[in-house]
Write a protein that binds this ligand. Sequence first.
Ligand code: DX5
Ligand code: ZN
Length: 216
Amino acid sequence: MFPLIAPSILAADFANLQKEVEMLNGSKADYIHVDIMDGVFVPNISFGIPVTEAIHKHAKKPLDVHLMIVNPDAYLESFRRAGAEIISVHYEACAHLHRTLQAIHKLGAKAGVAINPHTSVNLLEEIISEVDLVCLMSVNPGFGGQKFIENTFSKVERLKELILRKGSQAMIEIDGGVNLENAPKLIAAGADVLVAGSFVFHSPDPKATIAGLKLI
Ligand code: DX5
Ligand code: ZN
């Protein structure tokens, strides 16, 4: 049932990761969004494969792994083995995106492409039929808690038009600064999956916040 909600574990309390994952298990969340940052592609380091495995050990929801790293090809198999069901790579980090998506599919995972705020959706024209999910960055990747970039609304519309025109099955995911204010407009524009980090985990009742987003 759409919209799908993917809380970003980046905003969770890392000292109580098991408890946080169990909270998500008992919530209306559809996926657990896992943000991997390498300190090269983005100016921040989050966590890597062992922590993804630890999350997966307790998770009852699919892991939606967002790789904000250079050379993602070298780590696809490790993240798949660590429990990733969706693996998104950045358009800007892949010289041979078609090959990378094929490799993800060969591992039995769904293949996502994330694009930065400055990257045009038109650049996906020749690849969209191979993509299961497009992660539209609505902030510059690297940090949670940033301000939503308003240009995203029209970008969702342009991407939806491209997906329909090409007969692609790709879902549109929005990542960064999502809250109850912009979410209805994003859904109306064509978004299928909403990632929310701070808005969920920094709220007084994260489960209720997830349920609120799900009700849109
Ligand atoms: C940004 C990450 C996002 C982030 C979302 O680099 O890819 O997934 O954690 O967090 P909020 O919802 O706080 O912007
Ligand atoms: Zn993300």
